[in-house]
Design a protein around this ligand. Structure first.
Ligand code: SAH
Length: 664
């Protein structure tokens, strides 16, 4: 099975030194694609890598080759084994320890940057254990500051990270000055948090003990300052480049770093490079993008020439057919990065200047220009007008301009997890669905459901609850976040593909010309109300069955009626979803009449209200009397077939139609 929740940790080594430990790790290793390492002394016949040397020696030989280690060993032994191998927290692998009974998963080392906290939580969901996370931020329900920007592709700048995290752990106030980038993280903090947004000087009552900058500016901090400071750089800078054929990477690099220094911009804040399509094969540019790990965006002269720029050039126009390359490409790259999201991106969640363009459908790169291009507002975003660079001993010449986009480039391919969370009890969610929810950067669902799965959330996760009626908005919002690069879990009760969000999200994606791959979509099945209700009353679905929703919100009533008749005539066991709402009261009455035309009045009927929830209520009755029971929107009604019987308050549909089918 494709269990890609663990891909960020690969390669993973799972190490045990006893048969009991191997037994705990083996199924886990198999499911998450880790390699099981065992000493030769362990008598083991299943798949594993068995080593002859001491565990210490073996670990030393594989340490640098793995991103994560899972031990089933005493924590003391693990500490002694890894101690000589640890270097620093920006490089050490994640280390997780599971106890010999598989009840606890301890995040032992590299909790934040190595991801051990997240890994421990994911494994815990997978094996039904309790994660043990001891980091201070986690216990306060706060996102860890040294990985705060990771979901949004921000890059870390210099600073005193230990100092700032110590301040947070002590519960002292921390000033946050966020100039660019998504503010989503601010909106999803717990009620009590230490952050003060904006300069605290204006308020007399607060004396911040640390400061976090979120900015494209590179700040040099005095290492002796009493106030620990750190900086994150959201990737909002698009560097436009024009150059002569054959310009070297060295010259281009020099030009960009010089501009960044001159304007105090962090190279970490660079989102990508933009230029004219004629330069798509320019070696120097390609080499630079490759070594700096930056995307290259190229645009045609037709597009570029229509963009108003501060410094157009007739010479350039004559040569390549547009009066500007560097400035126009930088400006257009910004516009282009906004295309990916459509127009309805919640501006509150993404700070910065909004561009005033109309948006185009997702997945459709702009080949024509919107009519508004002539009075382009985007020139406001040009941070650095074009500058020309040459170097004495380097061939060529390069012009560089920098524009700042309202929204950061995440550099990530988004994922959409469409997750069914079962009927309403945490025990009824599959481990795969739990892992998906815990892994996601953002979870979107109806508030009742997000409440039900609270225990699966990690500190710092974006949880967006929307009203039950706003299903389409929920789907659109999820797509927008995924298009931007986040991993988004959309949760539905029961199964997400049965009257749930999966269809809505896929429909919306189709409307947006989705290519079927980006964002990636994975569907996680859940126990649907029909199965939950059936399980609570016995075995009513033992023969052919169907489900019919009585909601005429999206389906015309005459279609629903036709299906009821067909199900009744076909002698299907029939589960009725959405049987009655406050406004819609007649449909269930008519449904019963239809069934009475084809089935005996004594046909058993189960009325199951809130299966597996605290308010669960169950009636086993008959077609004749079913309306005496209370039926509402939290009820599933199961009508038996002509053979279904009620025995000692259990509902049983025989396996076949041969009377008492004693073969099964
Ligand atoms: N995706 C869901 C169905 C959503 S439609 C699923 O697969 O279960 C909503 C309807 O589902 C409700 O009107 C009710 O008929 C049924 N339902 C959902 N949860 C239920 C529960 N816990 N007990 C009984 N019926 C339930």
């Amino acid at each position: 099975m494709n269990n890609n929740h663990f891909s960020q940790f690969q390669p993973i080594a799972a190490i045990a030194t006893t048969p009991q430990g191997a037994k705990i790790l083996q199924p886990l290793a198999q499911s998450i694609k880790a390699t099981l390492h065992l000493p030769k002394s362990v008598n083991w016949t299943e798949e594993a890598l068995q080593y002859h040397e001491s565990t210490r020696k073996h670990l030393t030989s594989i340490w640098d080759k793995h991103k994560a280690f899972i031990f089933c060993l005493a924590t003391g032994a693990v500490i002694r084994l890894i101690a000589p191998l640890l270097q620093d927290k920006s490089r050490d692998p994640a280390v997780v320890v599971i106890d010999a009974e598989g009840r606890f998963v301890i995040s032992l080392c590299s909790g934040h940057q190595g991801g051990a906290d997240k890994l421990a939580q994911l494994i815990a969901q997978q094996i039904g254990a309790t994660p043990v996370i001891t980091g201070a931020c986690s216990s306060l329900g706060l996102p860890a500051i040294d990985i705060l920007g990771v979901p949004y592709g921000w890059r870390k700048g210099e600073g005193n990270w230990t100092g700032v995290m110590g301040t947070i752990a002590r519960g002292e106030s921390v000033e946050v000055i966020q100039e660019v980038g998504s503010t989503l993280w601010q909106e999803h903090l717990p009620d009590r948090h230490p952050f003060y947004f904006g300069f605290a000087e204006s308020s007399e009552s607060i004396t911040p003990k640390a400061r976090i900058w979120i900015s494209p500016t590179k700040r040099r901090f005095n290492p002796d300052s009493n106030l620990p400071k750190v900086q994150w750089h959201p990737r909002v800078l698009w560097v436009g480049i024009g150059c002569e054929r054959g310009t070297s990477k060295k010259l281009i690099e020099k030009a960009i770093t010089t501009i960044c220094q001159r304007y105090h911009l962090a190279t970490e804040a660079i989102a990508g490079i933009a230029t004219i399509d004629l330069k798509a094969d320019e070696r120097g540019i390609l080499e630079l993008c490759n070594s700096w790990n930056l995307p290259l965006r190229t645009f045609s002269a037709e597009v570029l020439k229509q963009i108003e720029v501060p410094t157009p050039s007739k010479v350039v126009d004559r040569e390549v057919g547009t009066p500007s390359v560097a400035e126009a490409a930088a400006i257009w790259a910004i516009k282009n990065s906004e295309f990916a999201l459509g127009s309805s991106f919640k501006s509150a969640g993404l700070s910065g200047t909004r561009t005033k363009f109309e948006s185009q459908p997702l997945g459709n790169p702009p080949n024509g220009l919107p009519r508004k291009i002539q009075n382009c507002y985007l020139t406001d975003a040009l941070l650095v007008p074009k500058q020309i660079f040459k170097l004495a001993n380097e061939p060529g010449a390069v012009t560089v301009a920098v524009a700042q986009s309202a929204r950061e480039y995440t550099g990530r391919i988004g994922k959409l997890y469409l997750v069914g969370i079962g009927p309403g009890n945490i025990e009824q969610i599959t481990p795969a669905a739990k892992t998906a929810i815990t892994e996601a950067d953002a979870v979107i669902g109806y508030s009742l459901y997000t409440d039900l799965i609270k225990s699966l959330f990690r500190p710092g996760q974006i949880i967006e609850s929307l009203a039950i009626t706003q299903e389409r908005q929920r789907a659109q919002r999820a797509i927008e976040l995924a298009q931007w690069g986040l991993t988004v879990a959309v949760v539905s009760s029961g199964d997400c593909g049965i009257y749930g969000m999966a269809g809505l999200v896929l429909e919306e994606l189709q409307t947006n010309n989705w290519d079927g791959k980006t964002p990636q979509v994975q569907v996680f099945p859940g126990i649907s109300a029909i199965q939950a209700a059936a399980a609570r009353v016995g075995a009513p679905l033992m023969h052919d069955f169907c489900a019919i929703s009585l909601s005429d919100l999206l389906t015309p009533w005459n279609v629903i009626k036709k299906r009821l008749e067909a199900a009744a005539i076909g002698d299907f066991v029939t589960a009725i979803y959405n049987p009655r709402s406050q406004k819609r009261t007649q449909q269930i009455i008519i449904a019963r009449e239809i069934f009475l035309q084809h089935r005996h009045p004594h046909t058993p009927v189960a009325i199951v209200h809130s299966a597996y929830r605290q308010e669960e209520q169950i009636d086993i009755t008959t077609l004749e009397k079913m309306l005496d029971s209370s039926i509402d929107m939290l009820t599933t009604v199961i009508i038996g077939n002509s053979n279904t019987r009620n025995y000692a308050n259990w509902m049983i549909t025989p396996r076949g139609y041969l009377g008492f089918d004693r073969q099964t």
